[in-house]
Design a binder for this molecule. Structure first.
Ligand code: 5AD
Ligand code: SF4
Length: 482
């Protein structure tokens, strides 16, 4: 376990070990020396600013990066201008995320002119794209370290290499079979945590860049997962979110295969753990066994995120999703029958190449039939290198925008109706923090992922308590502690 390792005990006068994670402990100890001497010179600790965008996976990766940096001696700052080290953990699932990064790099260039010793690190999915790295090399010379999604555990080593070489360090791996365990993390919340159960994706939905930037599916050993969850619980965590691009195919490639449902059964047995969530489920792999485990479980939350993407079977086939509209509807029905109080949420893309008004009407039809608690709606974004980018019949922008706003209206109306269905009930909530808009109020999260605002003492943060849902405000409730 990482926090039993004492960096002071590591002999940094010798050559670095070749084995992981020992090699990284060595570089953490090396970098700590560098950071300590710089902090002494400045008369203050060194500060890191971390910007993370994108999905839960990225959020978890940033916790790992910050864990390493804290170990090295950095303290976190919210003020980018005051940072000695700036880390951008990027997303590339849609094109506009990339544009934002280039925009911010312009701003960082100016900051670095004022403070030349500022270090800039770029990592995450966007860096796995060769054209991005080429652009950074050519036009953004002031960047210090660039790495991707497969080697975030190497942060200390890369910072040290930058220190020694004096020039930009780029380390992008195309993929990896290995999963390096036992590195530090800095959790954002004391009482809940994401837990990676698998990395990568093998599905190759034709619009999606994730399989190219996150690599092939690799599952973590169930023993490692359970060990991590036990440690988290011992450290005060009551809720875990099991993370994977497609959790339903967890375990298939392990030497001793195990299903996601079996893993959930094991996680359920961890004493002291109160709530289990998971993200994301691919409809094609959602098994009856999983539905059964969910219906029997006392800890698995009453929420399932089940990305639809499109309601048209014709478009679903072009998307390579491996299910039809009818199969999706049947699955949603089956889940609702087994777990009647479940909240279903989804992702929908509008404007996929070749989408006609009839196809779009099929999507609206599914939205009306399933009645999602909430839905993330996206305008199709062309990602270079994916099969859909080469499809000829791209939909004109004005048509897509019109469909998008019609979809959003429908989704919002249904979700306001759905989210109010528990009015008057008393539910258990996990108190997550102080409400930012109302003095004296707290935010509580229900099992079905909805939020309730209620009056309460901040000492309740992190505990599970009963709250009455007095009034629905569409996307959240106002409630009273009971
Ligand atoms: N364009 C728009 N949305 C996309 N998503 C993935 N790739 C694209 C793309 N090229 C959406 C999908 C996925 C979510 C995480 O992002 O809906 O479920
Ligand atoms: Fe992308 Fe499809 Fe994999 Fe999800 S399942 S990450 S949408 S390729």
């Amino acid at each position: 376990m990482f926090h039993q390792i004492d960096l002071d005990q590591i002999d940094i006068s010798t050559v670095p070990p070749l084995e992981e994670p020992e090699r990284q402990y060595y570089f953490m100890a090396k970098m700590r020396e560098v950071v300590q001497s710089e902090a002494k010179r400045l008369g203050r600790p060194l500060r890191v600013f971390n910007l993370v965008v994108g999905c839960q996976m990225n959020a978890k990766d940033s916790e790992k990066l910050l864990g390493i940096l804290k170990e090295i001696g950095y303290v976190e700052t919210e003020q980018e201008e005051q940072a000695d080290l700036v880390v951008y953990n990027t997303c590339t699932v849609r094109e506009n995320a990339n544009q934002k990064v280039y925009g911010r790099l312009g701003y960082l260039k100016r900051l670095k002119q004022v403070n030349p010793s500022m270090q800039i690190v770029l990592c995450g999915c966007m860096m796995q794209e060769p054209n991005v790295v080429a652009t950074i090399k050519k036009s953004y010379h002031f960047v210090d370290v660039v790495f991707g999604t497969h080697n975030i555990f190497k942060l200390a080593e890369l910072l040290y290499t930058r220190q020694e070489s004096g020039s930009m360090v780029i380390d992008i791996w195309e993929g990896t079979k290995d999963i390096v365990e036992d590195l530090p993390t800095q959790r954002k919340y004391a009482f809940k945590s994401g837990v990676n159960i698998m990395f990568g994706c093998n599905n190759f939905c034709t619009y999606c860049i994730v399989p190219y930037v996150r690599g092939r599916e690799r599952s973590r050993d169930p023993e490692e997962i359970i060990k991590e969850i036990r440690e988290l619980v011992a450290d005060g965590v009551v809720e875990v979110m099991l993370l994977g691009q497609n959790v339903n195919s967890y375990g298939k490639t392990l030497a001793q295969p195990i299903s996601f449902a079996q893993l959930l059964r094991r996680v359920e047995q961890v004493e002291g753990l109160k709530r289990i969530r998971f993200m994301t489920s691919h409809p094609k792999d959602l098994s009856d066994e999983l539905i059964e485990v969910m219906s029997q479980s006392k800890k698995i939350c009453r929420h399932l995120h089940l990305p639809l993407q499109s309601g048209s079977s014709r478009i679903l086939e072009r998307m390579n999703r491996h299910y039809t509209k009818e199969q999706y509807l049947e699955l949603a029905d089956k889940i609702r029958r087994a777990v009647p109080d479940i909240s279903l949420t989804t992702d929908i893309i509008v404007g996929f190449p070749g989408e006609t008004e009839e196809d779009f009407q099929e999507t609206l039809d599914v939205v009306r039939k399933v009645r999602y608690d909430s839905a993330f709606t996206f305008i199709y974004s062309k990602r270079t290198g994916t099969p859909a980018a080469a499809m000829e019949d791209q939909v004109p922008e004005d048509v897509v925008k019109d469909r998008f706003s019609r979809l959003l209206k429908e989704v919002q109306q249904i979700s306001a109706e759905m989210s109010s269905r528990d009015t008057g009930n008393v539910v258990e909530v996990l108190v997550e923090g102080i409400n930012e808009h109302r003095d004296g109020y707290l935010d509580g999260r229900m099992s079905n992922n909805n939020l309730v605002h209620f009056k309460g003492d901040p000492s309740l943060i992190g505990s599970l308590i009963p709250v009455r849902l007095d009034e629905s405000k569409g996307f959240y409730y106002m409630g009273t502690e009971v």
